[in-house]
Design a protein around this ligand. Structure first.
Ligand code: LMR
Length: 394
């Protein structure tokens, strides 16, 4: 039977990660996959994670199954981190998932169960795996305008116009902060207008929040998600711990289904448990347990927040260094958007051919749509990248 399989297209981000690994040039620069790297190029284990692992090793006395939706303490801690007190806890059903991608996948399946003909509106562009999973599940994808290639900001009027064509029963997928792949984000007034459009159309929002703490701060990055959750009758939120806890390979995420009142929570919770059981049974526990320990222990939490703040500021510094080096070399302000963008990524806004030229000539790896992982830079590589961009005539 296997001969009937059709070869699947490789995921572009992961294929790029592999090409980078295989490139023998020692001057190569990896701006591909979204992992944080420190000034030495290492993706470190965060101090609080190491400390929690140490405590866990000493104290944990069983690896018996948790629950189908994970340890409720993890849900409580993550709901508080993402939503604070925006909605009553009793209105939120939640399930631990294998990473943020697991939460996204379960959310799409829940949508499909609830509303088989739902269309999912996605930003143009969005994280490519959103579209890939939606296509795989056979869910109709409707792109809405988002990135303005001229300004490298958000095409807000286009976005609102497109969102107004959504109907009740449709889902609008939004990035809670640090838009991936563009780095261009909505301001607070624009979020208000998006919320108003959702209220007007009755479409259900789904928020993917994978970079909380990487943009303007933990609370600032969750502000839109909190406001939205408090303003609409129901929403889905897929949260990832991969980046802000640096536990990529532990596959730690949470899917939240928020309702306007608690009467729907039991049904939603049962649905999330069912979906977990069908897809992988119990979610991974190790990363979730570390996150719970960190979020509920004052010392570990302070240590984590301090390091996360350093990570965030280092990315902001790299952004301003790159923007000013480009300004110096090009004698123009056209790269100022790099300092305005937030999160790990910025879309340079150039062609796939130019991206390929940067890779071939300079060993600079960015995703084909010209998404750069800003955290892949350091003080040495910022001038190299800036020169390559200007020399290429971008
Ligand atoms: C990315 O966008 O690079 C990350 O979210 C990693 C991934 O799985 O694609």
């Amino acid at each position: 039977m296997f001969e009937k399989l059709m070869a699947q297209p490789a995921d572009k981000i992961l294929a790029l990660m592999q090409s980078y690994r295989e490139d023998p040039r020692n001057t190569k620069v990896d701006l591909g996959v979204g992992v944080y790297k420190d000034a030495t190029g290492l993706t470190p284990i965060m101090r609080a994670v190491k400390a929690a692992e140490h405590q866990l090793w000493e104290r944990q006395d069983s690896k018996v199954y948790t629950g189908l939706t994970g340890d409720p303490a993890f849900s409580d801690a993550m709901i508080a981190l993402v939503l604070d007190d925006a909605v009553p806890r009793g209105n939120v059903a939640a399930a631990a998932t294998p990473g943020g991608t697991g939460a996204v996948r379960q959310a799409f399946e829940m949508i499909q169960m609830a509303q088989p003909d739902a269309r999912v509106f996605v930003s143009d562009p969005t994280w490519p795996n959103h579209i890939s999973i939606l296509n795989y599940l056979g869910i109709e994808v409707v792109p809405y305008r988002y990135f303005d290639n001229e300004t490298r900001g958000v095409d807000f009027n286009g976005m609102i116009e497109d969102l107004k064509t959504a109907r009740k029963g449709d889902v609008v997928l939004l990035h809670g902060c640090c838009h991936n792949p563009t780095g261009a984000n909505l301001n607070s007034a624009e979020w208000d207008a998006v919320i108003a459009a959702l209220q007007e159309t009755g479409a259900t929002p789904m928020i993917d929040i994978a970079y909380q703490g990487f943009g303007d701060g933990l609370d600032e990055d969750a502000a839109a998600t909190r406001k939205l959750a408090a303003s609409v009758p129901e929403c889905l939120i897929a949260a990832s711990c991969s980046k802000n806890f640096g536990i990529y390979r532990e596959r730690t995420g949470l899917l939240m289904a928020v309702s306007a009142d608690s009467s729907a929570t039991a049904l939603n919770q049962g649905t999330l448990a069912f979906l977990n059981r069908q897809n992988f049974s119990f979610p991974p526990d190790h990363g979730a347990r570390l996150v719970t320990m960190i979020l509920t222990d004052a010392t570990l939490r302070a240590n984590w927040q301090a390091e996360l703040e350093d990570v965030r500021k280092s990315m902001l510094n790299l952004r301003s260094q790159l923007a000013s080096e480009l300004q110096r070399l090009s004698g123009s302000d056209r790269f100022g958007f790099l300092a305005q963008h937030r999160g790990m990524f910025s879309r340079l806004g150039t062609t796939p051919e130019m991206v390929e030229k940067l890779r071939a000539d300079h060993g600079i790896y960015m995703v084909g749509d010209s998404r750069m992982n800003i955290a892949g830079l350091n003080a040495q590589t910022v001038p190299i990248l800036a020169k390559a961009i200007v020399d290429a005539g971008i």
